[in-house]
Design a protein around this ligand. Structure first.
Ligand code: CP
Ligand code: NVA
Length: 300
């Protein structure tokens, strides 16, 4: 009891985000704190992952802890053991649970029953670890994001929803361009706007990219939406991030993508491999920011 979870960026305050960023910077520059010595962290992945899984696994090891990767197929989860039971059993052995799953209610259920911090490693609704790391990457490059403009082009998916949450706490303007029927979660947008966040939603990618400091996109069909891929290809065909679109953004604007990317779909090869692309820096910073999140949650 008394622990904190990280299921959404809005679980943190403005001050806590900056505390985590300072710690991440320390990990980046001087190496990690060994606050996980003698502790174990379960990494429960119900969907595929390269970056998140490896950055958490390496991060736990770098901090002196023991990472344990669990997949449904290799555990009793695929055989129907309820999450409420799994949560309590894992809490008896481990100090933190990192979970990637489908419905957001599954991670909420895990957090409800676990006695240790639960970290959201992606759900259908949110991807807070990625967006927190992306904001760290942008802040490292441009300084405070307050009053700056960030563009989101494409699907109003888990990444877009987390960017909306981030805009409400880091005070940047978020301009999203999404096709009809693929808008972000209305409840998340309403809550952010009610809290004073400056969120604009348009159809035209050029309008969203105008003057932005960063242009972001993501795949058109997320994990779990594979069957909709053909339909989505049609709906999103005018939403490819091209050099021409990047030229609408600010002169020193960067291109961002959480990866994996589909070249020639949501972004051209030219933009992805251009000097404006900061995708490898984004991926690398996952390690430092997630280490800082674990240090923060486990030292409460
Ligand atoms: N960006 C991201 O979360 O990548 P993985 O799916 O490889 O973890
Ligand atoms: N929106 C993508 C992000 C992958 C990191 C997905 O959910 O598949």
């Amino acid at each position: 009891m008394g622990h904190r979870d990280f299921l959404a960026i809005t679980d943190l305050s403005r001050e806590e985000i900056q505390t985590i960023f300072s710690r991440a910077r320390l990990h980046q520059e001087s190496g990690p704190e060994t606050v996980l010595a003698g502790r174990s962290v379960v990494l429960l992945f119900e969907k595929a992952s390269t970056r998140t899984r490896i950055s958490f696994e390496v991060g736990v090891a770098r901090m002196g802890g023991h990472p344990i990767v669990l997949t449904p197929a290799g555990s009793q989860i695929a055989r129907g053991e309820p999450l409420q039971d799994t949560a309590r059993v894992l809490s008896g052995y481990c100090d933190c649970i990192v979970m990637r799953t489908y419905g957001h209610e599954r991670i909420q259920e895990m957090a409800r029953w676990a006695d240790v911090p639960v970290i959201n490693a992606l759900t259908d609704l949110l991807h807070p670890c990625q967006v927190l790391a992306d904001c760290f990457t942008l802040q490292s490059r441009f300084g405070s994001l307050e009053g700056k403009r960030v563009a989101w082009i494409g699907d109003g998916n888990n990444m877009a929803n987390s960017w909306i949450n981030a805009a409400s706490l880091l005070d940047f303007e978020l301009a999203l361009a999404c096709p009809a029927g693929y808008e972000p979660d209305a409840g998340i947008m309403d809550a952010a706007r009610a809290g004073g966040a400056k969120i604009t939603l348009v159809r035209d990618p050029a309008e969203a990219a105008q003057g932005a400091l960063a242009v972001n996109t993501d795949v058109w069909a997320s994990m779990g939406q594979e069957e909709e891929a053909t339909l989505r290809m049609k709906a999103f065909r005018d939403y490819t991030v091209t050099e021409a679109l990047m030229d609408r953004a600010a002169g020193d604007a960067v291109f961002m993508h959480c990866l994996p990317a589909h070249r020639g779909e949501e972004v051209t090869e030219e933009v992805l491999e251009s000097a404006r692309s900061i995708i490898w820096e984004q991926a690398k910073n996952r390690l430092y920011v997630q280490e800082a999140v674990m240090a923060f949650l486990l030292q409460q």
